[in-house]
Design a protein around this ligand. Structure first.
Ligand SMILES: [Zn+2]
Length: 132
């Protein structure tokens, strides 16, 4: 399962349509085993979206969607970051994918449930500056 990759669709209209519903502009989105991008997909973005696909597998698909929404709302409402890009960046699935998508071998060495290492609500900017 660790070596499974999703199916990639480039130059798709799906991110364009979903951006009309979402609070952020979506360039690429992973819906379980399908990745849709407005344009061509770089190797780094392929790794990013494959990390999300592995997270989907670990949480039986529905768990990914529920935790993704829960983390976003937690940051927006409890941590009072609002419905902003900061709340999106604080989603634990995104914290892992954004930090690790630049490492070429990450998917081969990644441990299951690695996203659980990241703090719910993300780090405050003051904590980030201290490197915690
Ligand atoms: Zn992502």
């Amino acid at each position: 399962m660790k070596h499974l990759k999703p199916f990639f669709f480039e130059n798709s209209k799906i991110p364009v349509w979903l951006s009309k519903l979402a609070p952020i502009e979506i360039s690429t989105i992973t819906l379980f085993c399908f990745v849709f991008s407005r344009s061509s997909i770089s190797e780094e973005t392929k790794r990013h979206e494959t990390i999300h696909f592995q997270q989907y597998l670990e949480t039986f698909v529905i768990g990914f969607l529920l935790i993704y929404l829960f983390d976003y709302l937690w940051s927006a409402l409890v941590r009072k970051k609002g419905f902003t890009r900061d709340s999106y960046l604080a989603i634990r699935f995104e914290q892992e994918a954004l930090e690790c998508d630049k490492f070429i071998n990450y998917l081969e060495t990644r441990k299951r449930y690695s996203w659980l290492k990241y703090p719910l609500g993300g780090l405050d900017s003051s904590e980030k500056e201290q490197g915690r």
